[in-house]
Design a protein around this ligand. Sequence first.
Ligand SMILES: NC(=O)c1ccc[n+]([C@@H]2O[C@H](COP(=O)([O-])OP(=O)(O)OC[C@H]3O[C@@H](n4cnc5c(N)ncnc54)[C@H](OP(=O)(O)O)[C@@H]3O)[C@@H](O)[C@H]2O)c1
Length: 348
Amino acid sequence: MDAYHVAVVGVGAVGQEMVRVLRQRRFPLRELRLLARTGREIEIDGERYSVQVAAPEAFEGIQIALFAGTEGEKGAAVTLAEEAIRRGAVVIDNGSDFRLDPRVPLVVPEVNGDTLADHRGIIANPNCSTAQLVHVLKPIHDLARLRRVIVSTYQSISGAGGGAVTELEAQVRALVAGAPLPPFQNIPAQLAMNVLPSCWRFLENGFQDEEWKMVAETRKILGEPDLAVTPTTVRVPVIRGHGESIYLETERKVTVDEARAALAAFPGIRIIDDTSPTERDPHRRTAPTPLDAAHRDETFVGRIREDPHAPNGLCLWCVADNLRKGAALNAVQIAEELIRRGLLGSTA
Ligand SMILES: NC(=O)c1ccc[n+]([C@@H]2O[C@H](COP(=O)([O-])OP(=O)(O)OC[C@H]3O[C@@H](n4cnc5c(N)ncnc54)[C@H](OP(=O)(O)O)[C@@H]3O)[C@@H](O)[C@H]2O)c1
């Protein structure tokens, strides 16, 4: 089997998870090069790695560059992706800079892996909330064509990066100790013992940019430019794993059994929806929680039920690990899919 020279750019929450995923999936590595703003030694799961400064020359000889740096004009992908591609690498970017560029495939391999064939050197990984949403929507869409989707998210703090996780932990410790909260840096307000429905940038239409990413990216990935998607994104005091309450309407009625069968047969989806009451607690039902999804690869689905008020309406709940399916795992799966389809090195 061929083995590849791989770079991971950024060694924060997502970059470190990428290293873990590459190792756990036994990705065929000839070399793993870690790059970040500052060079240093780091430890991931007890193993030491040296991190080099991310400069254009650092991509010499790299075939796959997994980007997990910051976004925007001065971010890693905008400043360095072209340099990596020029040196022969295929770039898989976790940030939002290229996701809506019509020349860049935006990919969840189980959903639209076929669009990788058109890549010109850069492939975008969707926003974490979008990745698990389209993963769940696709089998239902294939079954009965979606007409509309209303989704509310329960997003964990690791979605905001490693610094935000440390800050939430400090908030919790301060509250428990009865001490003043630490200054707000990565989190705009008190999240410990609270939920924040307005912690992203607001757009003129009243939606937050996180919500609009879900609209535009879902449409692009499903190839449905007019699909009605209405999200509300909320940050919750969870470390890892995003939950989503999804309401959807389809062109024809989909029964719970049909939905369950289609979801269960779809790669990467696992249903936890035990509706058989136990003798001890006849009212208890089992549904997946962020703790069930943390450090796991599957997108978990539960609470599948028909809407009693709309003939073609279906409600469900899903959870996935935002650092894995929402970021690192999906990026590595894209790299695996490129290899499987013989698409490495096919840059225009
Ligand atoms: N967290 C999630 O669930 C999630 C999900 C999907 C997508 N994403 C996206 O993935 C990216 C990384 O997120 P994160 O949560 O891992 O962030 P993070 O924990 O804040 O880590 C950012 C890392 O990027 C490095 N970096 C920043 N600017 C750079 C530059 N110009 N050149 C090279 N390296 C640079 C930093 O280097 P230093 O360590 O040297 O400072 C740091 O290691 C972001 O674009 C984010 O939007 C995150």
